[in-house]
Ligand binder design. Sequence first.
Ligand code: 4EZ
Length: 231
Amino acid sequence: MSKIAIMGAMPEEIAPLLKKVENIKKVEYANNAYYQATYKGKELVIAYSKIGKVFSSLTASTLIEKFGCSTLLFSGVAGAINPSLHIGDLIIADKLCQHDLDITIFGHPHGFVPEGAVFVETDIRLREIAKVVAEKNELTLIEGTIATGDQFVASNERKEFILSTFKADAIEMEGASVATVCDALNVPFFVLRAISDTANDDAGMDFDEFMVGSAIISANFILEMVENIDQ
Ligand code: 4EZ
């Protein structure tokens, strides 16, 4: 049976998963803990990568190449850009980009490097499963663009740049790098985030107050999706 990877960036993003799964076996590799586990008959490997694009790329690659995962789900929190997203709301990415990737001085668009692409799309079947879970639980699920960068965004000016440049709905620090790894290795992937803040001047305080609650909302949703994924 193939394994499903579930990753987050911070311990708080995977703790709610580890509370609910069974037969946990912890394995350490490359300065990172990986938790092999089962949930309702499905085989999982769960890990938090640490924050940012570099650590998340390493963890995604390891989940695929070392642990043999053939589907990857990301669960966590994000800052909202789309004003219709409020704290605790869920967003799934249909595509992701790197808002801090910039070789525009050479005439390239923001987020682009030669032989890459500005946007990487997520797996459509996994998105469909998410929509079924949302409907069943009468939850609103926004589907949109997630912009990733190695910055915790807490300014209206940076938000406005990311909105006008990429039409992004939410921002975080790992999604697009994980997407790039999975796309290159042909592994279907999916990104779900619950809003912890609105990336404005108050983002730091809001994040501290709401991240644990929003991380739980995202993790519970992901586990319900796992039940509906054919392995
Ligand atoms: C990164 N994650 C935040 C990590 C913050 C503090 C010790 C999500 C996130 C985010 N990323 C929530 N709100 C954000 C924001 N406003 N900008 C960037 O994935 C670590």
